[in-house]
Design a protein around this ligand. Structure first.
Ligand SMILES: [Zn+2]
Length: 444
């Protein structure tokens, strides 16, 4: 870890609840704390170092008009450690997060062993010490992630778990979900459910619809997701527990959440960039390349439109990536045998730019709410502020930089992304967090 406790960031445009990116400022960081936000501060062209009042050299970063916001958080990430370190480790996952502009991630417990006891929660937190990215472990809902009996939720929360989920699998058993939500209500934490009714969805390999019928593989119908969302909304109403619908992907699913929110229920949701950018047609176009296989599957153009509407009207609270690294060997098999999931941390902002920002579907302020604010309010984590006296936890980003997502540019240990070798536009520029300044796009 290399520390940059003092830093002057010049020529940067703040985006937060108060500011929309139209003013240019300089931000002075001292000892990891924002000491000053200087209006009309040192303009472009200042670089190298400046002297502080005490005469020490302070490094200067000319942001060249990039935006700055409170540090982003991805609340749905698979870091694979412990157990699957050939796919990703806590350290490489953090490198990927920083390279994508995230200063925090919440990691899913489908590791080996699963994050199902306080010991494993502590292990993850120990591994994360000293990193530029904050790691928030999510504990399992069920013991051994087996879906049978409830885990030691209170003990894990005490140890630092911020939410509970059996993600990768749904909590299929309704009685177990009811119990989990009763505990969640007492502990004031969300239960994040992977919404899938297994008897309805299995053995689906892609979205059930026109394309799957034409191509052949068994499909996963939208109804498998929607039935489970409906159940969880009812159980949330019954128990008062907070249900967070993971990686929503269908129009009716969004409708159900919209209606639940209208009724004032404790229901929130998130969407992944691939579900508001890609459709099942891509599987045909890319001849069953497994980088287009994930769960929930890519659905239809109408569903993509519903995701964007849900983001616009506030039904969808957060944008997450469901970053799911798999090794080349694991993905290099026939489509129906390949594991589900793609990496997403490093391409998320470019896809948000392309689909939401460029044609004005979402403002920068809205995007920052869904990337920095809501993930933390959902998980009851304090939201960083761009203000003097606050710890510097921030993301610098632009909407202009053109780049190609090559294996060399990726910091994740895996490269399973549908945007591999694609030309993208808009990029995270750097993050500052935990006394560390990490520039993106620098050679590995
Ligand atoms: Zn999932």
């Amino acid at each position: 870890m290399s520390e940059t406790k003092d830093l002057l960031i010049t020529n940067v445009r703040p985006v937060d609840e108060q500011r929309d990116g139209s003013e240019t400022v300089a931000i002075r960081i001292r000892n990891g704390i924002i000491s000053d936000i200087i209006q009309d501060g040192p303009g472009p062209g200042v670089s190298g170092t400046v002297s502080s009042e005490s005469g020490e050299d302070v490094p200067v970063f000319d942001a060249r008009g990039a935006y700055v916001s409170p540090g982003w958080m991805d609340m749905h990430v698979h870091l694979r450690e412990p157990g699957y370190e050939h796919k990703e480790t806590i350290r490489t996952g953090c490198d990927a997060a920083a390279n994508g502009g995230f200063t925090a991630v919440a990691c899913m417990p489908n590791t080996n062993p699963p994050i199902h006891t306080r010991d494993v929660v502590s292990y993850v937190l120990r591994q994360a010490q000293g990193l530029a990215v904050d790691i928030y472990p999510i504990g399992t809902v069920s013991k051994d992630r087996a879906g049978k009996s409830i885990s030691e939720m209170a003990d894990m929360k005490e140890g630092g778990a911020v939410a509970f989920s059996d993600d990768g699998d749904p909590v299929q058993d309704s009685r177990l979900m009811r119990t989990a939500l009763e505990y969640a209500a007492m502990l004031d934490v969300p239960v994040i459910n992977h919404e899938e009714d297994l008897p309805l969805s299995r053995p689906g390999h892609m979205h059930e619809g026109r394309v799957s019928t034409r191509l052949g593989p068994a499909g996963t119908p939208s109804i498998a997701e929607e039935v489970m969302i409906a159940r969880d909304i009812l159980l949330s109403e019954l128990t008062g527990g907070h249900v967070h619908v993971a990686h929503i992907s269908t129009r009716k699913g969004v409708d159900l959440v919209r209606e639940a929110k209208r009724r004032g229920l404790k229901v929130t949701t998130e969407v992944c960039p691939h579900h508001f950018d890609l459709t099942d047609e891509e599987i045909e176009r890319h001849q069953f390349h497994t980088n287009w296989k994930m769960h929930p599957p890519l659905r239809t153009a109408d569903d993509v439109e519903a995701m964007i509407e849900g983001l616009q009207d506030g039904t969808i609270d957060a944008i997450c990536t469901d970053h799911a690294p798999h090794s080349v060997d694991e993905k290099d098999v026939e489509f129906i045998y390949a594991p589900n999931g793609i990496i997403g941390l490093e391409t998320a902002w470019s896809i948000i730019c392309k689909q939401l920002i460029m044609d004005g579907k979402l403002t920068l302020q809205d995007a920052v709410r869904k990337l920095a604010v809501h993930p933390r309010t959902i998980l009851r984590i304090p939201v960083p502020k761009l203000a003097a006296g606050e710890p510097a936890n921030l993301t610098l980003f632009d909407t202009e930089t053109e780049w190609v997502c090559t294996p060399d540019s990726i910091r994740s240990r895996s490269v399973n992304t549908p945007w591999l070798n694609e030309k993208l536009k808009g990029r995270a520029v750097a993050i500052y967090n935990n006394n560390q300044f990490v520039k993106t796009g620098t050679p590995r």
